[in-house]
Design a protein around this ligand. Sequence first.
Ligand code: BGP
Length: 481
Amino acid sequence: MTDIKFPKGFLWGGATAANQLEGGYQEDGRGLSIADALPGGPERFKIASSPDFNWEIDSDKYTYPNHVAIDHYHHYQEDIALFAEMGFKVYRFSIAWSRIFPNGDETKPNEAGLRFYDHLIDECLKYNIEPLITISHYEMPLNLAKNYGGWKNKQLIVFFERFAKTVIERYGKRVKYFLTFNEINSAAHFPVMSQGLVPNNGANDQKNVFQAWHNQFVASAKAVKIAHEFNPNIQMGCMILYATSYSYNANPVNQLANLQHNQDFNFFCADVQVRGKYPSYTHRYLAENGLTEADLDRTPEELDLLKQYHVDFISFSYYMSSVTETTGESDETVAGNLMGGVKNPYLQASDWGWQIDPTGLQIALNELYDRYQVPLFIVENGLGAKDVVEADGSIQDDYRIDYLRSHIEAIAGAINDGVDVMGYTPWGCIDLVSASTGQMSKRYGFIYVDLDDEGHGSMARSRKQSFYWYQKVIKNNGTDL
Ligand code: BGP
């Protein structure tokens, strides 16, 4: 362990997303969201990626765990009190777009939805917890996906601008940090959830993803403009799914493929959102997807907006690293966070096949800081695991503590390297519905929620061993792990 101290004011906390914990999916005027139409179970991505997927909610055939989730909508006071007990300095959560604009295309917001987040924010502030808001985390009103075709449609820029303006003007005096789109680059692997696109039987699929990204970049720039004009103290971030990637070996062919993989997956969206322009390798990236610049509808005014209104900081999720190999020298594969790939012989994997790599986080922080020179915020990290409740009610999750400890050491290492790190919010600080499996049994929390994959359980909250450990870490500002 390096002897570096975390800076005073380092933002320790935790992260969640509306659709994975709130429940209350039809309460107080909330409309349906795309997240409500994703079936539960390990097959959810496969089902939603099939060409006949049509956003219909078929409760006879599937379960929909997001409808109730952990019922945070009615437990938020209790949950935030527990976060405060751990000593959180920051809490990252998202706004359900469909609570504010139930169909997405209205001109007037739903006051009851806005009021819910008023209460949530006030509850955080009561304990001096700084709210960090993701404006859009893997959801949009279902109507916008079904009847407008999701983010490939430019009308969504108008609807998002209205949503972002409403949220920023309502909360932006009390909230300093906003992120525009969760894991915006994840569309490369699962555009259904991040862009509201459904497969088109192959036709135009890639074109749609790139057009949707462009529209999201423009929408994000507009949100930055709104925020900075409304309150210059607001700091706006982009949010990237970062998976440090290694070449399988010293074969220059793999090295080059890895460099290009990094450009396409880890950097492309951040290049636009931080540097304010499309990167030099865009032409190659498009060509590899059978496209040219002429396939995209991008106006000079839009490109100008991107240049003027770039984000202030980069936030990212980090769970695992990956390996690039294009030469057929390895045949061992693993699963992963949206993308699997070649097995790294030096790493262990989680029960879901995600390769655990704390050193990769120190590399990620250095790579991002070297490239962009803006502050970095790790807004997701953690170990999905099956927890066991002992006879005395305790949960001995040493495996989670080990994972988090080694990653916090890696952050300290990066700070020692000179990287500017704003804070750390481990994912799913309270157990919630998993995005990839749509189930409860893959748990990340410091707080256990009594709820199983079939929706049975009392919803009672209890403190895991990691709860007390993290409480201590925050109290001593990371000096004793
Ligand atoms: C990220 C998402 C989160 C979250 C997390 C863990 O990609 O931003 O929404 O769920 O991964 O993934 P999972 O729930 O699939 O284990």
